[in-house]
Structure formats: C-alpha cells, structure tokens
Design a protein around this ligand. Structure first.
Ligand code: RIB
Length: 291
C-alpha cells in the first residue's frame, strides 16, 4: 500500500553548541551543518528507508529544488510537492553536547499549502492506504477528514504540540503518536486521560524509557523498553520512530513488531548528527546491535 504524508519540508541549519543558549547569551557554535529536515520530510524519508512507498504532500519555494532532489534520492515520491511563492521553510537547530536540542522554525512555504494540492494528491489514494500528518503545515484536519472519508488509515504525530490543532484532527484518527510532554498537554486540553481518547491506537514515546502503546478498544496497555545508546543528537529521532512505525504497519506488521522496529530505528538515529540526511535505512536498522 502507499503512505500519503502531508508534512513540512525544511532546510535544517544545525549548530553544535557547548550548551543551549540562555536568554540574552551570545554563544559561538563549535560546528555547523545544513541539511534536509522538517518533521514531515523526516517521516517520509524514514518511511521510504524502511521500504514503504511514500508520497509526500507539501510545498517548497523556488529555493527548494535541492530539497526535492534529496527527497527523490532518498526514495520519496515528490510529485505532489507544490512550488510556492513563499521561501522554503527552515529551522535553526542548536544541539548541545548531551544531544539535546532547541529549535526555531520559520514555516515559509509549509504554511502556504493549497487545498487543491491535497485534493489532487488524495485522488491517487485507495482504501487501506495510510494518511500521515504532523503539525508543521496547514490543512491537517482537512486532510485527515478527506482521508478518513476515502477509507485510509489516518495517523498523526502531535508535534509541535498545539492544543486546538490536535483536537481538530482527533475525530479522524486511527493512530496517534506523541511524546510524554505532548500527552500531558493533551490530557490538560481534553480533560481526559490518553487511555480514554476515542483513537484506537495511541503510542506515547518516553525517550530513554521506551514507549507505551494504548489499544483503547480492547483497553490494553503495553510497555516497550528503549534500546540503550550514547546520544549524539536526538533531533529527528521521534520522526524516524513514526516513519518506521507507519511503514511497518503498512507492510502488515502487528503493532508490537512495528513498535520494536521503530524503536530500534529511533535509537540508531540518536547516534547520528543531523536529520533527514542521516536517517538509517532498513539494513542499518536490522544489522544494528545495542548493549
Ligand atoms: O523533529 C525535528 C525537525 O523539527 C527538524 O528536522 C526541524 O526541521 C523541525 O521541523
């Protein structure tokens, strides 16, 4: 089947810093790289590297031809990426010595998507395909509604968290992926525990503590341990997890197996500096061994 991913495409400007800057502080970087990123693009690359057919729905500016070239090189179908009058989105990312990050986003073309592009892209979709989205573009709720109406399985990564945006897509979701902070924010916003939401499958990632899967129809909860790694850069690890998770489910894996594969891919990603350009392929993930 196919994964249709409505998502952001960014130029990631990554600065290695001794610590994350404090308010008012001027800090010299010890390293700099420029690469492909955006939560959406990262998930598309992860899904493609996991062996899935992934159609990315999004937009870049006239300055974004390089991003299309890289997505194509990484195996993502770019035919449904529009050319916008806005500049390609970018992210300024500081990464400290412990691998933690702070990110400033400039949405650019990601905030200028047109509904007609979404309609054209989903015209290719068939019942049983996946629709995936996050929160760095416009049209998520519209896309989720259209995808559900066509019989697609609808998945959403609630990042960056924005309470109204998340609640607008909730009625259409089959699968929700979020981290512990986002889960707490969603519980505050809905005044419900995650386990009581009307979404069949909910996966809460817990960083070094692994993740938790809630199957809300059967009312089961299952914990999965994390693979232990020395972190170099946590940027994009969650996106890699989600892309691999959806790719695994798209290939027909049971949820437990897809979560284990995604956890391994996310762990390997944490050992690499950068985002989409360094997302591991399936062979790297299968060959990886952790202590
Ligand atoms: O999740 C990491 C991503 O967040 C980066 O690639 C950056 O572009 C921002 O979207």
């Amino acid at each position: 089947m196919t994964i249709f991913n409505l998502g952001s495409i960014n130029a990631d400007l990554v600065y290695r810093v001794p610590h994350l800057p404090a308010p008012g502080e001027t800090l010299a970087a010890t390293g700099f790289t420029r690469g492909l990123g955006g939560k959406g693009a990262n998930m598309s690359v992860a899904a493609a590297r996991a062996g899935a057919r992934c159609v990315h729905i999004g937009a870049v500016g006239g300055d974004g031809v390089w991003a299309l070239d890289r997505l194509t090189e990484y195996g993502v179908d770019t035919r449904q990426i529009a050319k916008s009058d806005e500049a390609t989105g970018h992210a300024i990312i500081a990464v400290d010595e412990a691998g933690e990050n702070a990110i400033i986003l400039h949405p650019g073309a990601n905030a200028a998507l047109k509904k007609v592009g979404l309609i054209n892209a989903l015209a290719e979709a068939q019942a049983g395909d996946f629709f995936l989205t996050q929160n760095e573009t416009t049209l998520q709720a519209e896309g989720a509604r259209m995808a559900q109406a066509k019989g697609l399985r609808v998945a959403y990564a609630a990042a960056p968290f924005e309470a109204d945006a998340v609640q607008a897509v909730l009625p259409f979701l089959d699968l929700l992926v979020l981290n512990a902070v986002e889960a707490a924010q969603l519980e505050d916003a809905t005044e419900k525990s995650v386990a009581d939401l009307s979404v069949k499958d909910i996966v809460v990632t817990l960083g070094a503590d692994g993740c938790r899967w809630y199957e809300t129809e059967e009312k089961t909860v299952q914990d999965f341990p994390a693979f232990k790694v020395d972190p170099v850069d946590t940027t994009g690890a969650g996106d890699t997890f989600t892309g691999y998770l959806i790719a695994g489910l798209d290939r027909g894996m049971p949820m437990e197996q897809a979560i284990r594969l995604a956890s391994k891919a996310g762990a390997l990603m944490v050992t690499r500096l950068g985002t989409a350009d360094v997302i591991p392929d399936l062979k790297d993930v299968q060959d990886a061994s952790f202590n």
